[in-house]
Design a binder for this molecule. Structure first.
Ligand code: AMP
Length: 144
């Protein structure tokens, strides 16, 4: 699939659009989803431009999944969760709405339904608070 350099995640990666960033390294960036399915819903992106799982250099997948594990540990610590859902959508038929590859990390609670995908915009001040909580958990886990 052709990669659109003006998709919202490309803009965030360039610093041209804001994000509640919680983690960054040379290969990946993680920030909170603005329409979270649950408190702490986080997205992890490779920095390399790729619309979906089929378009990415396989060598970029290792660093991406390492960051997914790191951030998922932080999410599990910072937000109440009986389980953590990790998902990644490819193509509109699968529900993908932003065409820069990303992995969702979503804390799940027994008996509590998740908010439907990409529906309710969260209050930015709540997201800022959640990002702070998650960054603090990641610092604790890394021993920083
Ligand atoms: P997908 O449908 O898998 O492509 O997921 C895209 C996700 O990006 C959805 O969960 C949206 O809520 C989320 N999203 C859209 N725009 C932004 C944005 N500017 N910052 C953070 N998350 C976003």
């Amino acid at each position: 699939m052709a990669y659109d350099n003006d998709n919202i995640f490309a803009k965030i990666l360039r610093g041209d659009a804001p994000a509640h960033t919680v983690y960054e390294d040379d290969h990946t960036l993680a920030f909170l989803d603005v329409m979270p399915q649950a408190d702490g819903h986080t997205l992890v992106l490779p920095k390399t431009p790729a619309a979906n799982i089929f378009d990415i250099d396989p060598g970029a997948l290792g660093p991406l999944m390492c960051t997914v594990q790191t951030v998922a540990r932080g999410v599990r610590e910072a937000f109440p969760a009986d389980g953590i859902r990790i998902s990644q959508l490819n193509g509109p038929a699968a529900g993908q709405t932003v065409f820069h590859l990303h992995v969702h990390i979503i804390p799940c609670l027994e008996g509590r339904p998740r908010t439907p995908h990409a529906t309710n915009m969260a209050d930015p001040s709540v997201l800022a608070e959640h990002a702070e909580q998650l960054r603090a958990a990641l610092d604790r886990l890394s021993g920083a």
